[in-house]
Write a new protein. Structure first.
Length: 140
């Protein structure tokens, strides 16, 4: 039996575990040019912080919680910077690779490789402030 998913659906928000709200906001807005979409105090040190670029999906910048279910297991803290086990986690598409690559380098973004041309487009891997890997990509 198949489910009927004929409605209009999209991925709207993806969580990115961060060490600190304000440093993450600064990095994503100043280094990558994202816009701060939401910053809502939820009480108890929690905030609903989202950033986006170009009206696409939002990143929920979620501060790592040291205490989970009352136990200090540190799982969220350990995930900061390694949410995908060292694989590229996010893909930032652009319509002008050379422009954005140069701008990001000028702003101090750490690229892990030189740009390369692939069958799917021009791409280079960069790391965010915590070490999560991203592709900057201009699709063909």
């Amino acid at each position: 039996m198949s489910a009927d998913f004929s409605g209009n659906r999209r991925i709207a928000t993806v969580t990115l575990v961060v060490a600190d709200y304000d440093e993450a906001i600064a990095w994503y807005t100043e280094k990558l040019g994202f816009q701060l979409a939401d910053d809502v105090d939820l009480g108890g040190g929690k905030r609903w912080v989202t950033v986006s670029v170009g009206g696409g999906a939002r990143l929920l910048l979620a501060k790592a919680d040291v205490f989970l279910s009352g136990a200090n297991d540190g799982a969220q803290v350990a995930a900061v910077g390694n949410q995908t086990g060292g694989r590229v986690a996010f893909f930032l598409e652009t319509d002008d690779f050379a422009r954005d690559h140069a701008s990001m380098k000028t702003r101090g973004v750490e690229f892990r490789e030189e740009p390369r041309r692939e069958a799917y487009g021009t791409v280079a891997v960069f790391a965010d402030l915590y070490g999560n890997l991203w592709d900057l990509i201009e699709p063909r």
